[in-house]
Design a protein around this ligand. Structure first.
Ligand code: ADP
Ligand code: MG
Length: 251
């Protein structure tokens, strides 16, 4: 199967006049459809830079990036924005939901920027369906402040899904969540991945990376480790285990 994401010897040099920072130094990477990759590495190793490149938010200084077979390395800003809307969904550590806007309206938002003209009714229907997928079917009219952190992140995942992306990019999606809620959110990602969505997520938590199928480690802008996780943890099983442990304590 052809790769959905293919990086060929990608470099990124930040050049602010006097100093040059060579943040990504010759990264090559292939991810097949249905992949689920954790991108790891110390602070400053180039994770965010690489995610920005993968997310078509920035262009490489050198090298080639094929996204779903399309060479995006030379596209201009507008073309990159189109590709982003068509093929990618983004999830952030801080959820980035609009505060005065309901869950449903937050999820509708990316469709308003889409080139496809979707009728108002359809828009609502599709947003509601995405919220159902992430288990928030009963929270459509809630504002972010009325949702827990885990629920806000799930609303953000629904928003990332609404344009039916091939790839989800998540930067520290569990960074603000407690460990049980983090596992719940990883369960949402695992369910989506099982349905065929390719996922790349930055995390510096080893525990969280074990829910992914592949772990890639960056150091000084280079890949220093790239391993398949032999037995990824299953979020539903881990949550069941936690519940049993809690019940045992209460007995
Ligand atoms: P990480 O996300 O792993 O912490 P980054 O990709 O943010 O790493 O940073 C990698 C390197 O690039 C660091 O040395 C950082 O200081 C530098 N860097 C990141 N963004 C910029 C920028 N916009 N301009 C100049 N240097 C940058
Ligand atoms: Mg970073």
């Amino acid at each position: 199967m052809t790769a959905v994401v293919k990086l060929e010897n990608i470099h990124k040099v930040y050049d602010s006049g006097e100093v040059k920072v060579h943040a990504v130094r010759g990264v090559s990477l292939e991810l097949a459809p249905g992949g689920f990759m954790a991108l790891m590495g110390a602070s400053g190793s180039g994770k965010s830079t690489l995610m920005n490149l993968l997310g078509c938010l920035d262009r490489p200084t050198d090298g080639r990036y094929l996204l779903d077979g399309i060479d995006v390395s030379g596209l201009d800003r507008n073309e990159l924005a189109d590709i982003r809307n068509q093929k990618l969904g983004f999830v952030f550590q801080g959820y980035n939901l609009l505060a005065r806007t309901t869950a449903l309206e937050n999820v509708e938002l990316p469709m308003l920027y889409s080139k496809l003209r979707i009728p108002r009714g359809k828009l609502k229907e599709r947003a509601a369906r995405c919220l159902e997928i992430v288990g928030l079917g009963n929270r459509l009219e809630h504002f972010p402040s009325q949702l827990s952190g885990g629920q806000q992140q799930r609303a953000a995942i629904a928003r990332a899904l609404v344009n039916e992306p091939q790839v989800l990019l998540a930067d520290e999606p569990t960074g603000n969540l407690d460990s049980k809620t983090s596992i719940e959110v990883m369960g949402v990602f695992q369910a989506l991945n099982q349905q065929g969505i390719t996922i790349i997520m930055v995390t510096h938590e080893l525990d969280i990376a074990r829910y992914c199928k592949r772990n890639v480690v960056l150091r000084d802008g280079q890949i220093v480790n790239d391993v398949a996780v032999s037995h990824p943890l299953n979020a539903s099983e881990e949550l069941q285990r936690l519940r049993e442990a809690e019940a045992a304590v209460k007995l």
